[in-house]
Ligand binder design. Structure first.
Ligand SMILES: [Zn+2]
Length: 122
């Protein structure tokens, strides 16, 4: 019995609950304070109409074949187009979010995409 008149088991239970809450938030803060993973992309060759080709060095050989798509008229070289990284279809089921922030940002659109791929069943 405490001086305030609470039975010891109530105080013990309160300590247990408080510990649980504290551990939850400590985990949360540790997760949110993880260092950011740097994303590196290899440098892209930028060309423009009438540039010299960076591959065959043909003078003024770069033409725009479509909007923002360039090609060398000598050798056919094209700058590589790098799209955003995706998730392989085979890994959709086992995908885990790298961190909480990622999950908050992308969970909804990820689930929408899953729905479009798999349909409403499942
Ligand atoms: Zn070329």
């Amino acid at each position: 019995m405490t001086p305030e008149g609470f039975p010891d088991r109530v105080i013990d239970r309160a300590h247990q609950i408080w510990d649980g809450v504290r551990q939850y938030y400590e985990r949360l803060f540790a997760e949110e304070n993880q260092p950011l993973v740097t994303i590196t992309a290899e440098p892209q060759v930028r060309v423009n109409v009438n540039d010299d080709c960076p591959h065959c060095h043909g003078p003024k050989a770069i033409r725009e074949v479509c909007q923002n798509i360039f090609r060398c008229t000598n050798c056919g070289w094209q700058p590589r187009v790098v799209g955003p990284g995706g998730i392989a279809r085979s890994k959709l089921e086992s995908f885990t979010y790298p961190n909480r922030e990622h999950q908050q940002k992308f969970q909804r659109s990820f689930n929408d995409a899953l729905w479009r791929i798999r349909g409403p069943q499942r």
